[in-house]
Design a protein around this ligand. Structure first.
Ligand code: IPE
Ligand code: IPE
Ligand code: MG
Length: 258
């Protein structure tokens, strides 16, 4: 039994294995308070710490957080610089705690666009957590799903050209193993804050059978209580994977039906 699940009144068997979050609304949160946008991003980072800790305690296997998109490079230079500064600060400050909390840290996306010192901080943390066995914390940075899919296509083509793979062998599993999220459990739950009803190029392949949650709350206000509320709603959804409700009634665990 997990005491955190008890505390929050959650059934551990009904929790998602992998949650993906589009953490949106930092700018609006700050503007509403007449603060610079960067203070919204700053508050947002505090929520990352809180929600990561909660997910780890609840025994959720993977949490993928959309922190900066391929398209976010189009923002004003000072905002991009401010976000990168926060990223440096976050990794430096959290490094020890992430290692000690048994978290497996990974960054997905086109990291070549990031500055060399940030790449160094990321690689160092990935290396120091690779033997950990707890929550997979996956941060999508300079990430766009269409590019991720294209990178995967290139990898698969390379394997075919090098005769490591036969064209007939290409299936969903082979393709998934070429995505940045390789090795993570299937995405069960998608959350987007701030009321926007779009996925903005996040985990397009992985979203195939995820349960979708859109909430008006702005990311800097997204606390443990809100996360638990959404997890409770998730646990009430019937995931059919193409089958009928009657078929599901014959099984005890939805999870086994994938
Ligand atoms: C999300 O908040 C964080 C990033 C995209 C980096 P926004 O900065 O998009 O906040 P809004 O949408 O302008 O309120
Ligand atoms: C999506 O938010 C990216 C992140 C949360 C990092 P945006 O605020 O950039 O999305 P759009 O542009 O409004 O769709
Ligand atoms: Mg936004």
């Amino acid at each position: 039994m997990n005491s955190y699940c008890d505390k929050w009144n959650l059934n551990p068997l009904k929790l998602p294995r992998h949650v993906g979050i589009v953490m949106d609304g930092n700018g609006r949160w700050a503007t509403k308070r007449m603060l610079p946008r960067i203070s919204g991003h700053h508050k947002g980072v505090e929520r990352v710490q809180e929600i990561t800790e909660l997910c780890g305690n609840l025994g959720i296997e993977a949490l993928t957080l959309f922190a900066f998109s391929d398209e976010n490079w189009r923002r004003p230079e000072d905002e991009v610089g401010g976000i990168m500064g926060l990223l440096r600060w976050y990794i430096r400050k959290e490094h020890k705690r992430i290692v000690e909390k048994n978290v497996q840290f990974r960054v997905i996306g086109d990291r070549a666009k990031l500055s060399p010192d940030i790449i160094g901080l990321i690689e160092n943390l990935e290396k120091n957590t690779e033997k950990n066995t707890g929550l997979h914390l996956c941060v999508a940075l300079s990430y766009g799903a269409q590019r991720e899919i294209l990178r995967a296509v290139h990898k698969v083509i390379n394997k075919v050209q090098n005769s490591e793979l036969n064209i007939d062998e290409i299936d969903e599993k082979i393709f998934e193993d070429s995505l940045d999220t390789q090795g993570l459990p299937p995405l069960d739950m998608f959350i987007r804050t701030s009321g926007e009803l779009r996925v903005s190029n996040f985990l397009l392949w992985q979203l195939a059978y995820a349960e979708l949650f859109f909430d008006n709350i702005l990311w800097p206000d997204f606390d443990s209580l809100k996360m638990v509320e959404l997890l409770q709603m998730y646990s009430l959804r019937e995931r059919r994977f193409g089958r009928t409700s009657e078929q599901l009634a014959e099984k005890t665990l939805n999870m086994a039906l994938r």
